[in-house]
Structure formats: C-alpha cells, structure tokens
Design a protein around this ligand. Structure first.
Ligand SMILES: NC(=O)c1ccc[n+]([C@@H]2O[C@H](COP(=O)([O-])OP(=O)(O)OC[C@H]3O[C@@H](n4cnc5c(N)ncnc54)[C@H](O)[C@@H]3O)[C@@H](O)[C@H]2O)c1
Length: 97
C-alpha cells in the first residue's frame, strides 16, 4: 500500500483525491495547503500548512504536487530531497533553466 500526500488543495486536487480513493494500492494519509480553511475538508487525513513539516512528520511514498506553476520546482525538489517520489502537475517548471 502506497502512502500518498497532496500539496495544494485547489481545483485540480479533487481529481487526484478521487483517483487515490479508487486505487486499491494507494491511500491518502496527509494533505498540505497554506489556506487553513481546508484543514477540516478531508476527514481522517492529517492536514499541514507547511510542506516540509508534512514530509518530516509522515512516512510518505509519494506526494502529488498540485500547486501554482511557480512553486513546482521548489516543491518537487523539497520532496525528492526527503526521499519521496513525486507526481507533479504540469508544467514541470516556469522555464527550461
Ligand atoms: N492536468 C490538468 O488537466 C490540470 C488542470 C488544471 C490545473 N492543472 C495544474 O495544477 C496546478 C494547480 O492548479 P489548480 O487549478 O488546482 O490551482 P489552485 O489555485 O486552485 O490551487 C492551488 C492551491 O495551492 C495552495 N498553495 C499555494 N501556495 C502553497 C504552498 N506554499 N504550500 C501549500 N499550498 C499552497 C493554494 O492555497 C491553493 O489551494 C497548476 O500547475 C495547473 O497548471 C492541471
């Protein structure tokens, strides 16, 4: 069973939540968003407002990065540095560099 986290609980995260829910090999265990109003939206899933805190506190196999474009590189790098796989929304980065 893969333990999954999501960072960014905006529009597209609903698609990810649905996909994880119907994957018998995965379970959503933690989510992260800077907006505290999301804290009680997903029952039985730990909520964080800081990605690094979520990575330190949870034993995650993969984080789905559902953040605005300009945060993609930062979030993916942060997850990889914690030894966690990433499923990142498009685009990979703001520019090729
Ligand atoms: N694959 C697709 O078909 C598809 C469709 C829509 C969007 N997307 C991509 O998904 C990404 C997200 O899009 P969206 O429409 O869900 O955006 P959104 O603005 O609805 O959601 C982004 C969320 O990230 C949160 N956030 C911002 N900074 C944060 C931080 N530092 N830490 C934690 N949370 C933070 C915001 O509070 C917000 O809830 C974009 O890159 C977009 O291009 C892909």
């Amino acid at each position: 069973m893969l333990n999954i986290g999501i960072v960014g609980l905006g529009d597209i995260s609903q698609v990810h939540i649905h996909a994880i829910k119907y994957n018998s090999n995965a379970q959503l265990v933690a989510v992260c968003d800077v907006d505290p109003t999301y804290s009680d939206k997903i029952p039985n899933v730990h909520f964080y407002s800081n990605l690094e805190e979520m990575l330190r506190s949870e034993k995650l196999d993969c984080v789905h990065v559902c953040l605005p474009h300009y945060l993609h590189v930062w979030a993916t790098k942060t997850c990889v540095e914690h030894g966690v796989h990433v499923l990142q929304e498009k685009p990979l980065a703001n520019n090729a560099k």
